[in-house]
Design a protein around this ligand. Sequence first.
Ligand code: SAH
Length: 498
Amino acid sequence: MSGKVTLVGAGPGGRGLLTRAGAAALENADAVVYDRLVSEDILDLVPPDAERVSVGKENNRHPVPQDEINELLVRLAKAGKNTVRLKGGDCYLFGRGGEECECLKANGVPFEVIPGVTSALAAPAFAGIPVTHRDYCSSVHIVTAHARAGKKLEIDFESLVRLDGTLVFLMGLTALERVTDGLLSAGIDPRMPAAVIENGARGSQSKVVAEISALSERVRAAGLQSPALIVVGRVCALSETLDWFTPLPLHGRTVAVTRPRERAGTLADRLRALGANVIECPCIETVERADVSALDTALHEKWDWVALTSPAGVPALLHALQKNGRDLRALYGCRFAVLGAGTARALEKYGITADLCPEIYDGAHLAEALVRAAKPGERVLLPRAAQGADELPRILAENGVPFADIATYDTVYRSDKAERLRELLAQNAVDTVTFTSVSTVEGFVNAVGKADFSGLTALCISEKTAEAARNHKMRVKIAKNATIDEMIACLLEEYQNV
Ligand code: SAH
């Protein structure tokens, strides 16, 4: 049976402006055919086993010709794959979406279209420009300024000027001067406010606002690059007053988030909401163990405490119980100690309130809290990562608390973003890297390889994590308490002081 093709508009930048329907389509895709403008965190939603085909122009490669894209979509669908055709912005606005659907229709392939937030509207909004405003204009016109090098633009500038609305030109950076000259020759007021917005609606956005007669010179001086669009109209005069984006406290900062994918979300999203340009580059991953018979053996004995040292450890324990044909009742009567608030929350999801949590969230403090709380002879079950630090078991042993350290999952290094990380570090393009555990530091260094980290600020969740970062010569900032809130507070403090 033929698969379906779903055209999805990815929006202008990050995941936040992707529609929910678009995200759902990606999560169900067997194959994804995507353009250059689609951001990485959106591609991260694609299931790992789905086929990915990039058809955009990158690294000096030519873009795949349109008829080849059309054929590819038909071929994938006919092979039974649910295929997503992912495009920057909206899929029907200068994205050749119409041509692709015509071809699908002609070949009897079913298709759907999920519109996206277009850069034509979003970039101005993020640059403080409302595209219409009752006091300034009553229409907005979106025009392509694409032209072959050196060729004249086929734009009816006289008509555009006569409409007296806001004009948005896409694909026009190389033709900027031809656009402004065209409008000026057609009689537009040379003092008409105008703007060019590069990387609109993204953390890396920059803009130039000027009178139209000065625009191309100012843009050249500022060195703006593609993707960028041109806005012309009186509404551009509001750009400073209505700028809500650049005043965000982390605007212009690039922050790399190294946490494992399933936990990166909250930190990354919160940094984005504060205006940061976030690079998600998970450097470690939790892999649950297939052989969990050691837990089964341990459960033949009686335990008084279960100590959990990471949020990932909670589902790992539950799954390990299930693999042994057991469930939570196997731990009936046990008290639960957790390393920190994140782990407590993970446990809460299973209806269990932690009995013990140290004030400082690290292994040593958890061990000390357990030593204080456990009555003589009480025994502690420690289902955790095979690679866990030795402090917790060491302190329990030193204090004569009986325990069993059961390897329930592995923390492994990931490096699928290694090349991108190296590239960014070489360009000095990362301001801060966030580390939420010692293993994220080691995973990061493992991914990047030998490098000079002395220019890098490591935002660390705890003293222990900072120690690992210092060992690699990074400059460290340490959260006051080991929580995501405190990490963010620490980052804000750092940037407010510069
Ligand atoms: N379908 C897309 C547009 C495709 S044409 C949409 O709806 O946004 C590609 C052009 O879109 C680029 O040349 C540039 O002019 C504009 N563009 C796309 N993303 C942009 C962004 N984030 N900021 C500024 N311009 C962007």
